[in-house]
Design a protein around this ligand. Sequence first.
Ligand code: PLP
Ligand code: COI
Length: 331
Amino acid sequence: MAAFGTVFTNEMILSRFENNSWSQPAVVATDSISLHPGAHVLHYASTCFEGMKAFRHADDSVHIFRMDKNVARLQQSSELLALPQIDAAMLSSMITEIVRRYAADVPMPPGSMYIRPTHIGTEASIGKAAAPSLSSLLYVLLSPVGDYFAGGAKALRLLLEDNARCASHMGMVKSGGNYASALQPIMKARAAVQADQVLFCPNGDVQETGAANFLLIDGNEIITKALDSSFLHGITRDSILTLARDRGMTVSERELTVDELLERAVKPGAEAALSGTAAVLTPVGTLIHAGKEYQVGGGIAGTTTASLRQALNDIQWGRAADTHGWLTKVS
Ligand code: PLP
Ligand code: COI
């Protein structure tokens, strides 16, 4: 299978914001946009995006997972980047229209159609370093995908890093600049200790990795950082916590320090996992900190992690009742 996110449908849907209004959304060739080289996004990073998935069920119907939450988060990211305001109904209908048009290309589970709404500032003004772009482009890209982590459900190695992933007031914005600031630490961790990902823990505060949230599972308890502006409020995180509560687990959303994590993670019954649209729920087998390696759950995938991942997939794939109303049927 091709690498995650490298295959695109031939068309996407877009709308432009100009002179204070959005254009009628139009389906265009995916490679058809052009930008002025002075566009705001290319200089001052006025860009945000979303990632959600559409799934094919056994009866061939196609369903988008938690579209409303992703639309709301793109609205929030746009607002925090001072990009033009997005109308939720307009974006939702753009998403459903393009997914419906390419419903035949939605892979069977475990594959899915990854949906990437993107919002960029297009005003040609290289003087606007401290002023917002008055024009923008909103488009929805589609990419049929398989597993994000090439190793499938293999337990990951994480390097705990003392620095932050991004500026503390930008963490809840899903914006390219945050990924750019995490890139060198991740590349260094790969080269130095063969880590798959970096777990960012500024001042000992366990936050998130470069593209997923972090969960510690200890017996019947699931522990993860409480929401604040420093990290991305994952929709998979929220879904997994909801499923954990449904099955009577204790969900502790609170501060988790590196010291507590390393102490608890090595105990019998402990598990750790990364949650995200691309990552789904991927087990963590090794934590690396200050030159020492800590095996979580003996270094292999934990059973609670596997069963929560299955419970999430069962809803997404139409094999369990959608009791929380997370799916939007598009075809
Ligand atoms: N944190 C970061 C930095 C991410 O890029 C992602 C991926 O989307 C997540 C967390 C998980 O968010 P979600 O579950 O909404 O995909
Ligand atoms: C997602 O899970 O949707 C992400 O954004 C991760 C990604 C950077 C591939």
